[in-house]
Design a protein around this ligand. Structure first.
Ligand code: ARG
Length: 463
């Protein structure tokens, strides 16, 4: 029998049932749905609508249902439409008519909004933890190669020498912003819609703060209509995941490039690479490629959830049921990508000799211009002088670092000695905070570690 028998008594068409069912998607919501029902039973008791004995009976039976769900012995039936119906039907099997009092003052609209918020809250906490794990791996790798250098790129053309730690800490910094976004989001998702009924609130004096507290929510969503129809928290989670995946995709792209024969900067661990069925020499960066691919689909998830809410009139609309597909896909992709990168990264080996020798002499051109500025030349002039020296070298098939003092003095007579053309000297010339100077990088490492520790403590304290 349907929940709405009385109003609609004709049997539903099979096609209708299959098309409208959310049973498959709702399985993940089941543990939350049971918690929400337990909280509601106690709120009904407090409002004097059900006796303490009935509330105890409901609470006990719901606890058993929670165990069944946990143990995967809970029976799912395609024709029972959604998780709310499943829990109610099972409750009636267990306690009989007492189950019929539970739905007073609530609707599946505020139930599903609460279930989803609890689900998103848990996944957000998972994401926060997984981001910290990946940051820890990035920082660990940066510390391991603290003295090593590599070419730095702009436009994927060699630009200036960098410490290997510099790009690794740059990715840790992107993840730091993702962490902050998820943390901010957590405060907004952590609000209870319960007590809003279908849209207008409840006739019964349900204590909304009590409902919220029982479920660990930090407060309530004030407006009942907003409470049942708002899915901003899904949009926020998925768009934040999309941006985080975008960062992981850029990291992956660098791993793909760096591990190529042409770059030869890193060796990927065998345990995280595949070969070719035909070409015996191949070692492919599968993990990085799949993260890059998953990022594309999570961007699609973000577009999907935004489009889902943009055109619906106020109040609950069934369209919203579709939001679990992009939500689950985005959270699985994000957590899977963060976790595998966190485990794989510490296994990556940089070929430090190759990384240093890959730095072209022309990567010191800016350092030379800066030296001329230190000698009193205006920068524009220094840039033009060094530009002419670069052309002079290129025309003769020579590197900037092959230049003799006499050749340099032909361009700039007052120069006394050749610069030290090494990557180590180059990075040491940098003086700004956050630069690739070893001291600045050491400070970056220290700050990143301190932030990770602070965030871990915050996460462990719970909200
Ligand atoms: N399965 C629905 C969803 O996920 C639950 C709410 C149904 N509400 C309703 N009025 N039909 O959105």
């Amino acid at each position: 029998m349907k929940m709405w028998h009385g109003r609609i008594d004709a049997p539903a068409a099979n096609l209708f049932e299959a098309f409208t069912s959310s049973v498959v998607q709702d399985r993940r919501l089941a543990p939350y749905d049971v918690q929400v029902s337990m909280a509601h039973a106690r709120a009904l008791q407090r409002a004097g609508l059900i006796s303490p004995a009935d509330a105890d009976t409901l609470d006990h039976a719901l606890g058993e249902i929670a165990s069944e769900i946990d143990a995967d012995t809970f029976a799912w039936h395609d024709e029972l439409e959604d998780v709310h119906t499943h829990v109610e039907v099972r409750l009636r099997e267990k306690v009989g008519a007492v189950a019929d009092v539970l739905h007073a003052g609530r609707s599946r609209n505020d139930q599903v909004a609460a279930d989803l918020r609890l689900y998103v809250k848990d996944r957000t906490r998972d994401a926060l933890g997984a981001i910290l794990d990946l940051q820890t791996s990035l920082v660990g790798l940066a510390a391991k190669y603290a003295d090593a250098v590599m070419p730095g790129y702009t436009h994927l053309q060699q630009a200036q020498p960098l410490l290997i730690a510099q790009p690794l800490l740059a990715y840790a910094a992107m993840l730091e912003r993702d962490w902050e976004r998820f943390k901010d989001h957590l405060a907004r998702v952590n609000r209870s819609p319960l007590g809003s009924g279908a849209l207008a609130g409840s006739t019964f004096p349900l204590d909304r703060s009590f409902l919220a507290e029982q479920l660990g929510f930090g407060g309530v969503i004030a407006n009942s209509l907003d409470a049942v129809s708002d899915r901003d928290f899904v949009v926020e989670f998925v768009t934040t995941a999309a941006l985080c995946m975008t960062h992981l995709s850029r990291l992956s792209e660098d791993l793909v490039l760096w591990s190529s024969v042409e770059f030869g900067l890193i060796r990927l661990p065998d345990a995280f690479s595949s070969g070719s069925s035909m070409m015996p020499q191949k070692k492919n960066p599968d993990v990085a490629e799949l993260v890059r691919g998953k990022a594309a689909l999570v961007i699609g998830d973000a577009t999907g959830v935004l489009a889902l809410v943009k055109g619906i009139p106020l109040g609950y609309n069934r369209d919203l049921q579709e939001n679990t597909t992009p939500l689950y896909h985005a959270s699985d992709s994000l957590l899977g990508s963060l976790s595998i990168l966190a485990v794989m990264l510490p296994e990556i080996e940089f070929d430090t000799a190759r990384a240093e020798s890959a730095i072209s002499g022309f990567a010191y051109a800016t350092d030379l211009a800066d030296l001329l500025v230190e000698g009193g030349m205006p920068f524009r002039e220094a840039h033009a002088v060094v530009g002419r020296i670069v052309s002079y070298c290129l025309e003769r098939g020579r590197d900037l670092t092959d230049l003799t003092l006499a050749e340099l003095q032909a361009a700039v007579p007052w120069v006394q000695e050749l610069p030290e053309w090494t990557a180590s000297a180059s990075v040491r010339r940098k003086r700004t905070a956050g630069s690739t100077h070893p001291d600045a990088v050491a400070e970056g490492l220290r700050a990143a570690r301190a932030a990770i520790d602070e965030h871990r403590a915050w996460l462990a304290a719970g909200i």
